[in-house]
Design a protein around this ligand. Structure first.
Ligand SMILES: [Zn+2]
Length: 306
C-alpha cells in the first residue's frame, strides 16, 4: 500500500513538473511574442514620430509661405491705396486748375468677350491700364481662339492690372433690368458675386447698361439704392460711338476726337467692337500726345458718383 502511495506521489510530482515546464515554455513563448510585438510597435512609433516631425516642419514652412503671401497681398493693397490716393490728389488739382496734367479713363463695356484678349494685348503693348465694365450677357459660352472659357477672363483683367467693374449680370435693358430698383440691384449683386467667385475681388463701381438715363423715372431711386449698398456709379464723357451703329473707322475716329474736350475724360468703348480694336492704338497715342495720363478707375475718383 505504501509503495502504491509513493508511486502516486512520484507520478503526481512528475506531472506537476511537466505542467510547470509546459507553463514555463508557454510563458516564455508568450513573452517572446510580446517582446517582438513591442519591438515592432517601438519601431513604428519611432517612424511615426519621425514622420510627424517632418509634417510639422512642412506645416511650419507652409505657414511661413502663407504669411509671405498675406504680406504681399497686404503690400499690394497698400500700394494700390497709395496709387489711387495720389491719382485722387491729381484729379483734385486738375479740377481746381492747379495742374495742366490731364487724365483719361479708358473704359470697356459688355465683356468678357472673345475679342477682349486683343484689347488686353494692345493695352499691354502701350503699358496702359483701363477699366472693364463686365456683364454675364455672353455667359461662359464665348470662347476665344484658344477655346478659353469667358469666365477665365476675370482673372486675366486683374493679372494685367486693370480695374474690374460691374455692368450688371443680365444687361437686360429690354428684358426687365429696369422693371424696378430691385431688379436692377439684384442684377448688380449677381454680377458682383460672379466677379467675386472668379477672382476673390469685390468691385463697387457700377455702370448702368445704356447709361444712367436709360433707367428713366427709376434713375434717382436706383441711385439711392446703389448708395445704400455702397456702390458708386459712372456714365461717360467721351466715346467713339461703338455702342451704336458705326459704319467705318473714320466715323469712329471723328466721333472720338470730337468728344475729347475736358481735362478728365471717361471714355466709353466696347470689348466686342472690331472698329474700336483697330483704332485703339491711335486712340491711345492721341490721348498721350494731348497730355492725358491713361489710368484705371477707382471708387474714390471724382468721376465715380456716390
Ligand atoms: Zn453695355
Amino acid at each position: 500500500m505504501a509503495v502504491k502511495s509513493r508511486e502516486i506521489k512520484r507520478i503526481t510530482i512528475i506531472l506537476i513538473l511537466i505542467i510547470l515546464v509546459i507553463v514555463n515554455i508557454m510563458i516564455y513563448l508568450e513573452s517572446k511574442s510580446l517582446n517582438d510585438k513591442y519591438k515592432n510597435y517601438s519601431e513604428e512609433y519611432l517612424n511615426l514620430k519621425k514622420e510627424n516631425k517632418e509634417i510639422n516642419k512642412q506645416l511650419f514652412n507652409l505657414n511661413n509661405e502663407l504669411d509671405t503671401i498675406k504680406n504681399i497681398e497686404q503690400k499690394t493693397k497698400n500700394i494700390k491705396k497709395e496709387y489711387f490716393g495720389n491719382i485722387k490728389i491729381l484729379e483734385d488739382k486738375i479740377l481746381n486748375n492747379q495742374s495742366k496734367q490731364k487724365i483719361a479713363y479708358l473704359t470697356f463695356d459688355d465683356g468678357p468677350y472673345y475679342n477682349t484678349y486683343k484689347i488686353l494685348d494692345i493695352l499691354d503693348q502701350y503699358d496702359v491700364k483701363a477699366t472693364f465694365f463686365t456683364t454675364n450677357i455672353n455667359g461662359e459660352t464665348c470662347y476665344d481662339n484658344k477655346q478659353a472659357n469667358c469666365h477665365l477672363m476675370y482673372q486675366e483683367y486683374l493679372k494685367r492690372g486693370h480695374t474690374i467693374a460691374n455692368h450688371t449680370y443680365s444687361h437686360g435693358i429690354k428684358r426687365g433690368l429696369y422693371n424696378s430698383e430691385k431688379t436692377f440691384i439684384d442684377s448688380v449683386k449677381k454680377q458682383e458675386d460672379l466677379i467675386n467667385s472668379q477672382t476673390g475681388y469685390i468691385t463697387n463701381i457700377v455702370r448702368f447698361p445704356g447709361g444712367s438715363a436709360t433707367a428713366g423715372k427709376l434713375k434717382n431711386s436706383i441711385i439711392e439704392e446703389l448708395r445704400k449698398n455702397n456702390y458708386g456709379w459712372v456714365d461717360w464723357t467721351a466715346q467713339d460711338g461703338d455702342g451704336g451703329s458705326l459704319s467705318s473707322k473714320e466715323q469712329a475716329w471723328q466721333t472720338f476726337t470730337n468728344s475729347i474736350d475736358s481735362n478728365i475724360e471717361v471714355i466709353l468703348l466696347h470689348d466686342y467692337n472690331g472698329i474700336t480694336t483697330s483704332i485703339l492704338p491711335d486712340i491711345i497715342q492721341y490721348l498721350k500726345d494731348n497730355n492725358y495720363l491713361l489710368l484705371p478707375l477707382f471708387y474714390e475718383s471724382n468721376m465715380v458718383n456716390k
